[in-house]
Design a protein around this ligand. Sequence first.
Ligand code: A2P
Length: 325
Amino acid sequence: MQHIQLKSGRKLDSIGLGLWKIENHLTASVVQTAIQLGYRHLDSACDYGNEVETGQGISAAIASGDVSREELWITSKLWNTYHRPENVRPALLRSLKDLQLDYLDLYLVHFPISSKFIPFEERYPPGWFSNPDDPHPTVQEDPVPIIETWRAMEQLVEEGLVKEIGVCNFGTSLLRDLNSQAKIPPSMLQVEMHPYLTQEKLLRFCKESEIAVTAFSPLGAQSYFQLNMAEASESLLEHDTLQAIAQSHKKSAAQILLRWGIQRGTSVVPKSSNPKRLQENLELFDFELNDSELSTISQLNRNRRFNDPGDFCESAFNTFFPIYE
Ligand code: A2P
């Protein structure tokens, strides 16, 4: 396994298990299987709705002696409804309780989106809609300056409840603004990244700013077919270029995509519920892509973002909410 190093010197595995969309009834066993196969880095979030089952899988793996807490790297994410400073600690404590942990390795602000607070006892996880029972439900914004949320995130580090803090889905301007006031700068940015969305400038900016990068949806469209957010023709796994490179290395196209992500210096968090594919996604260290292959793959870029609130908030949640434009 390779690692990426954070500014603090802490290291995490380049490959993590993405937990988004793993069905609740499968999650505990997928987590346990993944740990048995060698995964040590788990990428969770309140919004994924499966932190209780993730916690059950982690606990079972620890209880059976497969791993110790210290060997694991557990990431979770602050949901949009909890940006007001007084809600940040309770949100973290709820994730810790569900995950059966007493600290997180990394806590990320999930989106640069602050929406109306939903009390924990009313609905958890709250999801996107502010008023799901209304005839025309929407996402109601409750703007909070990001530095106010961040001060509460910093407090979690000072209390020892989380080791590292970072953000997701931020661009360079928001990162600059945050860095200009942060006492503890964000150590990680998690964003969508794959050969159709290479984000070269963002990656370079992060490198120069000592912010590590995690690529979500490293297989591209794969996660978005079932959500009707990608066309069949947008599959990277079936792209001729990737197929050809895969054949020449006797690897799968998925392994080429993940290896490309790792060789760019990012960590990757592919999701799989299937033991065979979980194993396949770890087998990335017995081959290397050369410079020409890396650049051929990068040239596939189309700036195609599958996970864009500017699109899905309107189509699925009746609310126009662009964040990248
Ligand atoms: P499954 O859970 O059935 O394995 P991403 O993490 O980029 O969002 O991709 C996740 C999607 O890709 C899931 O639909 C997952 O399905 C599928 N997937 C994960 N690993 C592989 C692989 N090695 N080959 C093909 N599909 C994969």
